[in-house]
Design a protein around this ligand. Sequence first.
Ligand SMILES: Cc1cc2nc3c(=O)[nH]c(=O)nc-3n(C[C@H](O)[C@H](O)[C@H](O)COP(=O)(O)O)c2cc1C
Ligand code: SF4
Length: 425
Amino acid sequence: MEKVLTKNIQPDLPYVDVKAYEATGGYQGLRKALGMTPAEVVEVVKQSNLRGRGGAGFPTGMKWSFVPMGADAPRPKYLVANADEMEPGTFKDRLLMEGDPHQLVEGMAVAAYAIQADVAYIFLRGEYLFSAERLRRAIAEAYENHYLGKNILGSGYSLEMYIHLSAGRYMCGEETGLLNALEGKRANPRTKPPYPQVSGLFGKPTIVQNVETLCNVPHIVKNGADWFKSLSYTQDGGTKIYGASGKVKRPGLWELPMGTTIREILEVHAGGMQDGVRFRGLLPGGASTDFLVEEHLDVKMDFTEVAKVGSRMGTGTMIILDNQTCPVGMVRNLEHFFAQESCGWCTPCWSGLNWAEKALTALEEGQGQPADLEHLSFICNLCAPGNTFCALAPGAVEPLQSALKYFREDFDRHIAEKRCPWSSQ
Ligand SMILES: Cc1cc2nc3c(=O)[nH]c(=O)nc-3n(C[C@H](O)[C@H](O)[C@H](O)COP(=O)(O)O)c2cc1C
Ligand code: SF4
């Protein structure tokens, strides 16, 4: 299986082994953390204003502080790196794992120490075979060098680390669906509370944390909270891996100060739009975020600023819409993905997203009616936050509701012209 999938492709970055990682300061954060109390490690991460990079932006140190500590705390405790990364347009965690796997291993060891976890899992997207291969190598090197296993670096703290390859559903990235999948069950979400910090994997205290979030942790411990905060242009601490895909000159990923403007990411780092193509809009952080348009280009990309203009930073990896791409077709494509990935647990999601896909397909095929647009708005309201068990459905309708707002004339043209206006282009 691995041979077939990797036959004609190569990893984007060379492997960094343990010696090369140590030569640039690797595992210094772990050494320092082991000389601190777990509570001190939690505090420095709290003070750094690190917010989760998996999409929701929850403050990381605060999340860790909810884990029961002390001699009476339930055992074992778990740390899980969420490396599922099935969000369309998002590929930042893959690059981190392929390019610098020891950074994730170290970040996990520090985070696990902070919550006194006994076991750590990397829940890895099934298709990420290069990541799996390199993480396996890095974990083996970490055990050989006493960064994992019994009595890490003579500290008395022990941690075992395992990789779990996902069987492959978008839903497995939702943290409670992930925990069910890891237990070998169907990946439906769990009702919260109880939250995983208190009752997670096998009913024990568990922290689920995104790969990029964890990769920040050793640097925060090594250099301090003030250093981390000083890297950012805004209140959210640190740097962020931003990305751009679509018809830009240089699609890719860039680590930049948190709060870099959308314009700088798009025009400087991604090189602007390809020749002969104009910018129309963008999904700022993966497929499940609301469109932003030209008037938002000077917005600073952080969790707070993007929310102020009606979208979400999400994963920070933008999908760009250009003037040669039909916005209705683009949204139809996304709703097809979300409808297919619905776990079927709640009606607004499994039924609503299918209806949305059908109505968008009818519009694309020239059979749309004015009532279809009202129906689409109704589905967006039906899938609003609070109406479903998990955030898949509210996220799924974000590109749809914002396309209806910003590209309404394109929807109207499909109905008036009884065809997709882009079909002859
Ligand atoms: C449908 C769905 C898919 C998700 N997929 C991922 C994912 O692939 N990786 C990830 O880190 N978070 C994903 N999340 C968010 C997680 O539920 C969770 O918030 C995150 O892993 C917490 O880590 P963080 O605080 O470091 O961001 C997903 C959420 C939903 C609703
Ligand atoms: S919103 Fe969708 S994916 Fe989430 S629980 Fe409901 S049916 Fe499942």
